[in-house]
Design a protein around this ligand. Structure first.
Ligand code: NAP
Ligand code: MG
Length: 483
């Protein structure tokens, strides 16, 4: 009988060699389930199965790929309420955020279903007479997908959907903190008309089965989203086998609020960007760079609005900020609040652990003012509901401050000046830039990624995804009379 807390390997649901408990961060008395942990032998079965399955899949008709991806996408969209609730229950984002993530995951599948049919290649004349050249893309092979806990479904899906669309096999190692969403998605994929072993869910710790996966010479490409240190380690492991890699990592995104800003837009963007998903977003606005002419009014109002945000159980109606995802993350957040104070920041509001009806990892959103960009709180990713305001004297100083980071995923500017907005878009050193919009919140049909320590390798999403999930073949055909 299928136990839906198991790994899915070579077309079978398999018990692990051990189990981990999956606890609701909004209510520590709520155990969602115990989930299987694979060992190296099970991972090896998945790798072998994937190798066979991908040969079959890469030859399967394009319409079959299209139909499989559409079916997965449509089911996710239809079940977004139910699965969004499960996601919110295990990760702690609010139910509307969880629902939105599942809905968006469905859209990734339907988008890439259509991409599977876009088979327009390049051809060229040779520089030699009578020879034609055909350039086309082939699947890269077996793709290892390693995803983080903060977007349990979406970060994995924006890799799984293109991997399958472009004809590859998948081994997915989700974050151990969020196995329920992984199993729910796998259950949908397992019911599709795909070769046995094409899609494998291998749960386990990153340092165990994750590390074994990235070291395997049977893996042709690794797509990873997570932290910088883990990404760096994966890159080092991959290079030994010349495995293709795509890494999406941390960031330290800044939102610049200019003195000509529509301040209602600025408040909405700052609150959404800093505290949406409890600040646990790679695109979060953790630095808020504010022009001195509007600074005092802006911070006072921001503090009031942040204090008014409802922190509570993720599934409770009206909750705006769910709990922090784990006890470890909460401890780290509280330590960062202390660090900011020690560095000299003034705490305007929040930054405290709070109690609610259920025992959970609740923390009020923190706004710090008077911070300097070279302080550690403004250098390191916090991944927390903590925003640090940096006061600047001019637009030029704002731009320089935004760019003064080793990361470069997103940045935003709030301004009513077209020329400033244009200058900012052209001179900011990030992969994504937002004008009068929050730093978080991106579409699924266009590229996503960053610069510096935020990303490494080809872009994800949209048509750009094919760069990673395919390999290019150039054919030369003698078609006329040799000269
Ligand atoms: P993490 O600790 O780096 O873990 C990410 C994934 O890697 C997890 O599945 C983890 O497994 C696994 N892992 C850990 N060590 C590994 C190893 N040696 N070999 C292979 N896999 C290994 O990151 P996280 O704490 O889950 O997520 C937060 C981070 O993700 C933040 O830095 C955030 O900025 C980043 N993020 C980036 C983006 C983006 O698109 N740029 C999007 C979302 C999140 P276990 O955790 O199960 O052990
Ligand atoms: Mg982790």
């Amino acid at each position: 009988m299928t136990n839906l807390n198991q790994n899915f390997i070579a077309g079978e649901w398999l018990a692990g060699v051990s189990e981990i408990a999956n606890i609701n961060p909004s209510d520590l008395s709520d155990t969602i389930g115990h989930y299987a942990q694979a060992d190296e032998a099970q991972l090896q079965r998945a790798l072998d199965a994937a190798e066979n399955a991908r040969r079959e899949w890469s030859k399967a008709g394009l319409e079959r790929r299209y139909e499989v991806l559409m079916a997965i996408g449509n089911e996710l969209i239809q079940r977004c309420d139910e699965l969004g609730t499960l996601l919110a229950r295990e990760e702690g984002k609010t139910q509307p955020e969880g629902r939105g993530e599942v809905y968006r995951s469905g859209q990734f599948f339907t988008y890439f279903a259509a991409e599977a049919l876009r088979q327009i290649g390049d051809n060229a004349d040779s520089v030699r007479d009578g020879i034609e050249i055909d350039v086309r893309r082939e699947p890269v092979g077996t793709v290892a997908i390693i995803s983080p806990w903060n977007f349990p479904m979406a970060t994995a899906v924006w890799k799984i959907a293109p991997a399958l669309a472009f004809g590859n096999a998948v081994i997915w190692k989700p974050a151990n903190l969020v196995p329920a969403s992984a199993v729910a998605l796998t259950e949908i994929i397992s019911r599709q008309d795909i070769p046995v072993g094409l899609f494998n869910l291998v749960m386990g710790s990153g340092s165990g089965v994750g590390q074994q996966l990235v070291e395997s010479p049977q893996v042709n490409a690794i797509s990873f989203t997570g932290s910088v240190p883990v990404g760096r380690g994966i890159a080092q492991s991959a290079v030994g086998n010349f495995t293709k890699i795509q890494l999406e990592m941390g960031s330290k995104n800044a939102l610049a609020v200019m003195d000509d800003a529509d301040l209602d837009i600025a408040f909405a963007c700052a609150l959404n960007g800093a505290f949406g998903s409890t600040g646990q977003k790679c695109t979060a606005s953790s630095r808020i760079v504010v022009h001195r002419n509007v600074h005092d009014y802006f911070v006072e109002e921001l503090g009031q609005r942040a204090s008014a945000m409802v922190v509570d159980h993720a599934l409770k109606e009206g909750t705006q900020i769910g709990p922090v995802s784990s006890g470890e993350q909460l401890q780290q957040n509280l330590a960062n609040v202390e660090l900011a104070k020690k560095e000299g920041a003034e705490l305007l509001c929040g930054g405290e652990r709070v109690e609610r009806d259920t025992e959970g990892y609740f923390m009020t959103p923190a706004v710090f003012v008077g911070t300097k960009n070279d302080w550690q709180v403004n250098r390191e990713e916090l991944f927390a509901p903590i925003a640090c305001v940096i006061k600047v004297d001019s637009y030029d100083e704002a731009l320089a401050t935004v760019n003064d980071t080793r990361f470069g995923l997103t940045a935003g500017i709030i301004t009513s000046s077209l020329s400033r907005a244009t200058h900012f878009r052209r001179n900011v050193k990030t992969g994504c830039v937002m004008v009068n919009l929050p730093t978080a919140g991106t579409d699924y049909h266009v590229p996503f990624g960053g610069r510096g320590e935020s990303s490494y390798g080809p872009r994800e999403q949209g048509q750009y995804a094919q760069e990673f999930y395919t390999t290019v073949k150039t054919s030369y055909i003698l078609s006329g009379d040799p000269a």
